[in-house]
Design a protein around this ligand. Structure first.
Ligand code: ZN
Length: 117
């Protein structure tokens, strides 16, 4: 049996339960380089050696995360509501009191499936 845990509140969700996946990609942003003749003729050796020395003092994961990091979250419906309201200040308890989403009831209201409740 496949089960998921909400990364916001820890709620266990079974396969088939309504859940949400959030993918966050954090990338270093670089402006377009403007290279002049002075840049081309300058001796970059000392800069490169200093950069290599700094990289040797850092661990590989830290270096990688300075450039790119992908984060994937599974969220329950309550935490999804909280997340989309304020992704930068997400707190699961802000999900609101709307309760669990009755997706089957929603589909029945559209005329799909069994209309008996
Ligand atoms: Zn949750």
């Amino acid at each position: 049996m496949i089960a998921y845990h909400c990364d916001g509140c820890g709620l266990e969700m079974q396969k088939g339960d309504l859940r949400y996946t959030v993918t966050v990609e954090v990338r270093a942003a670089y402006d377009e380089l403007e290279i002049s003749l002075a840049d081309l003729v300058r001796d970059h050796r000392s800069e490169i050696l200093a950069l290599i020395a700094r990289m040797r003092r850092s661990d590989a994961q830290t270096l990688e995360e300075q450039v790119y990091k992908r984060i994937t979250l599974d969220l329950c419906p309550t935490c999804q509501r909280a997340y989309i309201r304020n992704p930068l200040r997400f707190h699961p308890e802000q999900g609101g009191a709307a309760g669990p989403v009755d997706i089957d009831g929603f589909l029945r209201s559209l005329g799909y499936g069994d209309n008996e409740v």
